[in-house]
Write a protein that binds this ligand. Structure first.
Ligand SMILES: *[C@@H]1O[C@H](CO)[C@@H](O)[C@H](O)[C@H]1NC(C)=O
Ligand SMILES: *[C@@H]1O[C@H](CO)[C@@H](O)[C@H](O)[C@H]1NC(C)=O
Ligand SMILES: *[C@@H]1O[C@H](CO)[C@@H](O)[C@H](O)[C@H]1NC(C)=O
Length: 188
């Protein structure tokens, strides 16, 4: 993994600073998949290893002796272009050149050339109902060799783990409104 700070991502550094504050006192939400009659119906979306999966476990880290939020849930901030985290600099969400929904490593603003940083759109639900989260033509989940469902932006051009986009299933990303607190110090 490269930690090169390309000139093109410098504006992201500036943008990342306020997102930490935003995560504390404005919108947070988690995501749950909906595709009825499929193996990916009603699975939570989890951040792990720079990618996102339906089901499985959130991968997070706590560097503080004094402790951190539990780190067992994946929570987005604002419109979902960032994760809701405490780590200084925040963690950005983007779609990498393969089409995989991705997030930046803590303490790095590195995003590969050719990635898309949005727009992501969060639409809150009315009166306690579920909301929705979107990007481009939506999201799809693609099985990998361990039978985990990795999340990609919907595109026939995506480079998916099985090598065949026909193996992927499109799904609706339902947004579950959070309480405005972060659920993890940082995701890894
Ligand atoms: C998919 O790839 C083809 C060929 O490279 C390109 O013409 C097309 O615009 C791409 N479609 C999307 C949605 O990126
Ligand atoms: C991809 O999967 C579809 C449906 O299973 C199949 O018809 C097609 O031949 C596959 N394409 C490749 C390149 O393997
Ligand atoms: C707020 O939500 C986070 C993440 O879901 C959870 O860990 C925390 O316990 C909640 N805090 C309160 C006060 O409900």
């Amino acid at each position: 993994m490269k930690f090169t700070l390309a000139a093109s991502v410098l504006p992201l550094l500036a943008a990342a600073a306020p997102s930490q504050h935003k995560a504390r006192d404005t919108t947070t939400f988690g995501v749950m998949s909906a595709r009825s009659g499929s193996p990916i119906h009603l699975l939570p979306l989890n951040a792990a290893g720079g990618a996102f999966y339906l089901g499985g476990k959130t991968s997070s880290y706590c560097p503080l002796d004094s402790g951190c939020p539990a780190g067992t849930e994946t929570t987005f901030a604002g419109d979902g272009s960032a994760l809701a985290v405490e780590v200084p600099g925040g963690q950005e969400v983007y779609v990498n050149p393969s089409g995989a929904l991705s997030f930046t490593v803590p303490h790095s603003a590195y995003i590969p050339t050719g990635s898309s940083t949005g727009p992501f759109t969060y639409t809150p639900g009315k009166e306690g109902a579920l909301g929705s989260w979107t990007f481009g033509k939506g999201f799809m989940a693609c099985p990998d060799k361990d039978n985990k469902w990795q999340v990609f932006a919907s595109s026939q051009n995506a480079t998916v783990p099985s090598g065949n986009v026909s193996d992927c299933l499109g799904f609706d990303a339902m947004a579950v409104k959070g309480n405005g607190s972060v659920a993890a110090w940082e995701y890894i």
